[in-house]
Design a protein around this ligand. Structure first.
Ligand code: COA
Ligand code: AMP
Length: 626
């Protein structure tokens, strides 16, 4: 703990010196002389006068340093029975040609490119090509429906959209092109072109004049060199669910992001050049951005893109197979994946078939790691199982066990201690700092370290309004928790309307908007309830307009279908109950927290401001039934 404590304290008391030193691990066209620009407090800018290129740092410099023949990316796709490997030199060649193709279509520094792709190497190639040109990518998770894609296209206003003809969900081919076409039909913004990577499992119908085949676009292109950008220029926009119905575009800069991720690879993940790092997530989520694409490549490691599931592709030994086949040192995934494996192979019998000798660490994040899954994975694998906590907004862990710096004993249920640069505090409801041990809102004292979001895309004031105004000088994480006497942080869950379904972050407000738009619905509430596999799943409760005579079952099925069609299958909404009334306070606030606790079998006090206690009691049998 001593080494960690010293490093952490220095990162907080002397952030300029600390991160100025860390920045030396990155190659700059112009070295920053201003490490932290504090002039626009509460907005802080890291490496304000530095110039660099993220793609150069992820690819070119490794080739220039003689590591061109090292493996950069391994693609393993049980769903399409395909495998491929790219050295750093090969990946650089693919990326610089694709960057040339984008440039031929008029994509330049600052232009946006929306990427809607499955887990294939072309997704990473497209992201890195944007970074090479100084263009801003916005990757949209393939599990989102056309309407969600349209919202993001409208907000990001891309010059080009990059997609593939299909994704594959276990054994189901999901055609992407009809979804893109529907999204572009709905969106008021029209990109000039759409580049389509044709996969053999489905051939996309092309729109003449607008759609271009990936291979042809690359064939026609010369290579594009890296464009120097300001450290503070945006690298990407990633939309995430907030407390409102509309997703927020989290903007990540170039310089701070590269410095933070590079630091994290050796100090937190203890994974070094030439070693194999596997984040079993999706490029559509922040974990995929940071730890499938950017961090492992910045650090000169080998990264794995796995197009499959923890179970069913073909069995619960899939993760062990990948680990042994490629000599994975570090696996990073969500607890839900491990719960799925545990359910299918509770005694871990399949593990015996594989050579796990190179495997050193299992990192888990995305949702609370329940102590049972922690114990099961620890006993089975015999390596440290590390819970760590972070958010799309921060882009890298806020709390973790620093395995490369000063490993500490784990405490089940805790993501260990604040990461260097994160000054984490607990506040009570009155806005005062809570004593050690007391539960409260988790806040982070500003400035946040490098790598965290710099703004909300398209709305200059939103970042301050949504995150920095609750208690001036502090960033509101939206999570609740406490510190124990040893300084370990415990993160207990969201205190707002965000839910986590199988590690996917969703807003109950967004689901409610879809339910409320149904012509028969008068009012509704969506709550996240505990689920053994997915951590949480949403449940809907709707009150119908008076005079509606159609059957509840019919309406409920329509509502479930609407959510699936408009938001996406990942929402996993399976239960919508028609009820007589919703419990509210006298001021009209729906008592979601009380409904949720009844559904989870925990009793919490009913607020004295409840309007009609009988409504909540009447709902009890419905809430308890699932
Ligand atoms: N494109 C299209 N549809 C997708 C999709 C994608 N990229 N990803 C998921 N879906 C669909 C699934 O096919 C499923 O559809 P269905 O309702 O018709 O069955 C639905 O969305 C829910 O998917 P998922 O959340 O993956 O649940 P599942 O029941 O299929 O599998 C797990 C459960 C635990 C195996 C799975 O959630 C999993 O692998 N989790 C790991 C989570 C993870 O890596 N999270 C990233 C954050 S770190
Ligand atoms: P996302 O932005 O999708 O990464 O989701 C971030 C949210 O996931 C956080 O605000 C937490 O609620 C939750 N989360 C992520 N990691 C953890 C963890 N290790 N423990 C508890 N909650 C977590």
């Amino acid at each position: 703990m001593g080494v960690y404590r010293d490093v952490w304290e220095r990162s907080i008391t002397e952030p300029e010196a600390f991160w100025g030193e860390a920045a030396k691990q990155i190659d700059w066209y112009r070295e920053p002389t201003i490490v932290l620009d504090r002039s626009k407090d509460p907005i802080f800018k890291w490496f304000a006068d530095g110039e660099m290129n993220t793609c150069f740092n992820a690819l070119d410099r490794h080739v220039a340093n003689g590591r061109g023949d090292s493996l950069a990316l391994i693609y393993d796709s049980p769903v399409s029975s395909t495998k491929a490997q790219y050295t750093y030199r090969e990946l650089l060649d693919e990326v610089s040609h694709f960057a040339g193709a984008l440039r031929n279509l008029g994509v330049h520094h600052g232009d946006r490119v929306v990427i809607y792709m499955p887990m294939i190497p072309q997704a990473a190639i497209a992201m890195l090509a944007c970074a090479r040109l100084g263009a801003v990518h916005s990757v949209v998770f393939g599990g989102f429906a056309a309407h969600e894609l349209a919202l993001r296209i409208e907000d990001a206003r891309p010059k080009v959209v990059v997609t593939a003809s299909c994704g594959i969900e276990v054994n189901r081919v999901i055609e992407y092109k009809p979804l893109i076409d529907a999204a572009l039909e709905e969106s008021s913004h029209a990109p000039s072109h759409c580049i389509v990577f044709q996969r053999p499992e489905a051939l996309a119908q092309m729109v003449a004049g607008r759609d271009i085949d990936w291979v042809q676009a690359v064939d026609r292109a010369d290579v594009a060199e890296c464009v120097p950008v300001k450290a503070t220029d945006p690298l990407y926009i990633l939309y995430t669910s907030g407390t409102t119905g509309r997703p927020k575009g989290v903007v990540r800069d170039n310089g701070g992001h590269a410095v933070a991720l590079q630091w994290s690879m050796s100090n937190i993940y203890d994974t070094n050049p030439g070693e194999v790092f596997w984040a079993a997530s999706d490029v559509g989520w922040v974990v995929g951005h940071s730890y499938i694409v950017y961090a492992p490549l910045l650090a000169g490691c080998t990264t794995i893109m796995y197009e499959g599931k923890p179970v069913g592709t073909p069995d619960a030994g899939a993760y062990w197979r990948v680990i042994s086949e490629y000599g994975v040192k570090t696996l990073f995934t969500a607890p839900t994946g491990f719960r799925a494996i545990k359910r299918e192979d509770p005694n871990g019998q399949l593990l015996g078939d594989y050579d796990m000798s190179k495997f050193r660490y299992l990192f888990l994040a995305g949702e609370r790691l329940d102590p049972e899954t922690y114990s099961w994975a620890s006993a089975l694998l015999g390596v440290p199982v590390i819970d760590h906590w972070w958010q799309t907004e921060t882009g890298w862990p806020i709390a973790a066990n620093h395995m490369g710096l000063d490993p500490m004993p784990a405490k089940p249920g805790s993501p260990t201690v604040p990461v260097a640069g994160f000054d984490v505090r607990i506040f009570d409801e009155t806005g005062a700092q809570a004593p050690t041990g007391n539960e409260g809102l988790i806040m982070i004292k500003t400035p946040l370290p490098p790598g965290c979001m710099s703004e909300v895309w398209g709305d200059k004031d939103k970042f301050t309004e949504a995150y920095l105004s609750h208690s001036p000088g502090y960033y509101l994480t939206g999570d609740g928790g406490h510190f124990d006497d040893d300084g370990y942080l415990f993160v207990m869950g969201r205190v707002d309307d965000v839910i986590n379904v199988a590690g996917h972050r969703l807003s109950t407000g967004e689901i409610e908007e879809i339910l409320a738009a149904h012509p028969d619905v008068a009012e509704c509430a969506v709550i996240g309830v505990a689920d053994q596999l997915k951590g949480q799943i949403p449940r809907g409760l709707v009150v119908l307009k008076s005079g509606v005579t159609r059957s509840s079952e019919e309406i409920s099925n329509e509502l479930i279908k609407r959510v699936r069609d408009q938001l996406g299958a990942v929402v996993s909404l399976r239960q919508v109950d028609v009820v007589a009334a919703l419990p509210k306070t006298r001021s009209g606030k729906v008592l979601r927290k009380n409904m949720r606790s009844i559904a989870d079998g925990i009793d919490i006090p009913v607020p004295s401001t409840i309007d009609n206690p009988a409504i909540l009691e009447d709902l009890r049998p419905i809430l308890e039934r699932h």
